[in-house]
Design a protein around this ligand. Structure first.
Ligand SMILES: [Cu+2]
Length: 126
């Protein structure tokens, strides 16, 4: 089974051009806190929870991914236009729930391959 290790979180481009994103939800944030993906490309999301139940949503889309501890939730996503999508928890998960929001940034697809792996989980590099 594939392991969640800190250095494999983030976005990784696969041989067919699609992207795999690995994330962790925990009280009260999503890790990585900001993630970059190419626009217009299939994104295969894998996410687990470090504690309770969370629900990952992307503002401006209909995507909702329920996140549970002890299991990996998978979803197929695609962000057709470049831009910022706030990632917001929609499952009440405790006192800090309302502040549980991070960001996904879709960049023009031709820009993505030039990003270093460290930049794909860190919007400050943009
Ligand atoms: Cu929550």
């Amino acid at each position: 089974m594939w392991k969640f290790v800190e250095n494999n979180l983030g976005a990784e481009q696969d041989a067919d051009g699609s992207v795999t994103v690995r994330m962790i939800a925990q009280q009260y944030l999503f890790i990585p806190h900001c993630i970059l993906v190419p626009a217009g490309v299939p994104v295969h999301l894998r996410i687990t929870s470090a504690d309770g139940v969370h629900s990952l949503t992307f503002n401006g889309t209909d995507y909702t991914v329920k996140v549970l501890p002890g299991t990996i939730s998978e979803a197929q996503l695609q962000f057709s236009r470049a831009g910022e999508y706030k990632t917001v928890c929609r499952e009440f998960c405790g006192a800090g729930h309302y502040a549980m929001r991070s960001e996904l940034r879709a960049v023009p697809r031709e820009q993505f391959p030039a990003l270093q792996p460290g930049e794909r989980g860190n919007c400050a590099a943009q």
